[in-house]
Design a protein around this ligand. Structure first.
Ligand SMILES: Cc1cc2nc3c(=O)[nH]c(=O)nc-3n(C[C@H](O)[C@H](O)[C@H](O)COP(=O)(O)OP(=O)(O)OC[C@H]3O[C@@H](n4cnc5c(N)ncnc54)[C@H](O)[C@@H]3O)c2cc1C
Length: 594
């Protein structure tokens, strides 16, 4: 077989490859990272964006609270202060050279959004409004919280995502909506495209490209209680591992303090930024014990641990696994004006009117600090350290550049996705100016992907996808959640192997090719099983507590041994590790107190 000619239908192992498409740039993911890169690169080159959900349904659109930039629109602020907060928030694991870039370019990126037409909330003088968020402080933490989060009511992600989509349409970016990417095509250290499944019509498509960028987002769905969308299954990480590339710092997973009880749906940090209180079963504002200075506006890792400790020690509401976030004292007008979506979500999902009653909340799986190792220009690193894979880029939540280190500050992620998406776009342009020709597609480009789909469609074992996924989520939450220890992680390692064996013995009830959600869920579960082991093995290996990684058997941070990034590979089912140093420029590590 050959898959050289565009537009021809081919037969690979008895399965038709319906089409071969060609674009200078193929981006997987239509969140802020993917679409910001598309806006940039489409100024000069032919760009296609592939997304398994309709672009504006990407999880970026669910972001509520804000995007950080030291605009100083409402009070004094400086990029150095933003940098200090981000470094300290990261528990000193963030690379300070990239953090400096993040905070210096933040105002540019936010103003560009304004020029694209994003409808930000405004100050009375008509400037972009800014609100408080956890861990963002004045004067290197000496002067209390600072207004740094730019926002559009409590729908910030929604307004930014829609703005980018409109600019993409204007720039004639080609969207392949409802295509599920299956595998990367990498040959001789160069990325030459991707293989994807057409969800609506069925069938395998090959996308031949000069450059590929991943903006495939996070993987909250490996946890039972999560704020993440159904689509957040970390497919990009699975594809990268199968291509033999490493992942970085996978043990660092953020649990957001305030998810609606039992639902996980987010109550944005904006609720605390606007003045919300956390209350335990004894009616106490318990953050006094854990972060007397910053109270509810301490960073997320600390607040989540505090809530979980209250619950574990029996001080949840009525002894149950939740506490309250109380907004009542803010008054109806402020709630309806600044936090209308939170009011709506609490009402719709818990039947609580937060104007008159406190909202039951618990910590919820939220954000992945780790991911695909890249350099400051978004180039994916073959060895995780220095050597780029030619023509392959990643940005946003799927990538690890690493600006968040061991713990991300709220509002730094919309910023990272947009800013490094933009940097990926610029770096793709530089690459394409030098590399104008398509490299050949390898003849076997689609074979592995086709085998994977074929195996699932013809599967007739006795395991169900939904049951394995449920077991995975329950185990990951119970044994690799906010608090971890050697015994539970050790057990979990073995249990995950068993889940992989069960996955090899699944049966899909739906064997059709068109809109087969059974097939999609099976592909997603395959990816989640692929990288969950790295989260657990990384957490098992890291014998310290840092940021969101909290080991009850090693409660202290250990800079002597562990001030380093984890790199992990998975080849033929075997996991191997390497480590690389953290880049430290301005701020030497010190004890992290709030
Ligand atoms: C509820 C919620 C609220 C948040 N609030 C904030 C906030 O206020 N401020 C902040 O800074 N951060 C916030 N975050 C985090 C932030 O929103 C995300 O980290 C960021 O938006 C991720 O952007 P992204 O472009 O990397 O990925 P996403 O927006 O998640 O997009 C991923 C894209 O990849 C595509 N994709 C994935 N796999 C495949 C595949 N196999 N084939 C084809 N396409 C695929 C999807 O279709 C989608 O288009 C929040 C997150 C959540 C969940």
């Amino acid at each position: 077989m050959t898959i050289k000619d565009p537009e021809t239908i081919h037969d690979v192992e008895g399965v038709p490859v319906h089409n071969v498409h060609r674009h200078d740039v193929v981006i997987i993911g239509a969140g802020l990272a993917g679409m910001r890169a598309a806006v940039e690169a489409s100024d000069e080159f032919d760009v296609a964006v592939i997304s398994k959900v309709f672009p504006t349904r990407s999880h970026s659109g669910a972001a509520q609270g804000g995007i950080a930039a030291s605009l100083a629109n409402e009070e004094e602020d400086h990029w150095e202060w933003h940098m200090f907060d981000t470094v300290k928030g990261s528990d000193y694991l963030g690379d300070q050279d990239v953090i400096e870039t993040l905070v210096k370019e933040a105002p540019v990126v936010v103003r560009e959004f304004e020029h694209f037409g994003a409808p930000f909330s405004r100050t009375s003088e008509g400037r972009i409004a800014q609100r408080l968020f956890g861990g963002h402080t004045k004067d290197f933490g000496r002067g209390g919280p600072v207004l740094r989060a730019c926002y559009g009511v409590d729908r910030t992600g929604h307004v930014l995502l829609h703005t980018l989509y409109e600019v993409c349409v204007r720039n004639q970016v080609r969207f392949y909506s409802e295509f599920h990417a299956l595998s990367l095509i990498i040959e001789d250290g160069e990325c030459r495209g991707v293989v994807a499944w057409d969800i609506v019509n069925g069938g395998v498509h090959v996308f031949h490209a000069k450059t590929v960028m991943f903006g495939t987002g996070g993987y909250g769905k490996v946890f039972k209680i999560t704020s993440n969308a159904l689509a957040n299954t970390g497919d990009g990480l699975g594809m990268v591992l199968r291509a033999g590339l490493p992942l970085e710092d996978m043990e660092f997973v953020q649990f957001h303090p305030t998810g609606l009880y039992l639902q996980g749906i987010l109550v944005s940090e904006a609720a605390r930024g606007e003045g919300g209180h956390l209350i335990n079963g004894k009616g106490e504002r318990f953050m006094e014990k854990y972060a007397p200075d910053k109270m509810e506006l301490a960073p997320r890792d600390l607040v989540s641990r505090s809530i979980q400790t209250e619950i574990n020690e029996g001080r949840g509401i009525n002894g149950e696994a939740y506490v309250y976030i109380d907004l009542r004292h803010l008054g109806k007008e402020k709630i309806m004006h600044q936090l209308p979506q939170i009011h709506e979500l609490a009402w719709k999902f818990l039947h609580v009117d937060c104007v008159t009653d406190p909202i039951p909340i618990q910590p919820t799986g939220h954000y992945s600090m780790g991911g695909i190792p890249t350099d400051i220009d978004g180039r994916v690193l073959l060895d995780g350290k220095q050597i780029p894979v030619k023509g392959f880029y990643a940005g946003g939540e799927c990538a690890c550049v690493s600006v968040h280190g061991a713990n991300r500050l709220g509002t730094n992620s919309l910023l990272e996705a947009s800013l490094f998406g933009r940097r990926c776009g610029k770096s793709i342009i530089r690459y394409l100016r030098e590399n104008r020709e398509f490299s050949d597609l390898p003849a076997d480009a689609a074979v592995e992907a086709i085998k994977m789909v074929k195996r699932l469609l013809s599967s007739d074992g006795d395991e169900k996808i939904g049951k394995i996924r449920e077991d995975l989520q329950v185990m990951m939450t119970g044994k690799c959640g906010i608090f971890r220890n050697e015994k539970q992680l050790g057990d979990l390692k073995k249990e995950l192997r068993k889940l992989e064996e069960r996955y090899a013995n699944v049966r899909l009830d739906d064997k059709s090719e068109t809109f087969n959600t059974d097939l999609l869920e099976a592909l997603e579960l395959g990816n989640m099983l692929e990288f969950s082991e790295l989260i657990v093995e990384g957490a098992y290996a890291r014998k310290e507590s840092r940021g969101a990684h909290s080991r009850t058997d090693f409660p202290d941070r250990d800079d002597g041994e562990w001030l380093k990034h984890t790199l992990a590979w998975k080849k033929d089912g075997k996991i191997s590790f390497d480590y690389k140093p953290v880049t430290i420029t301005r701020f030497q590590p010190k004890e992290r107190k709030y």
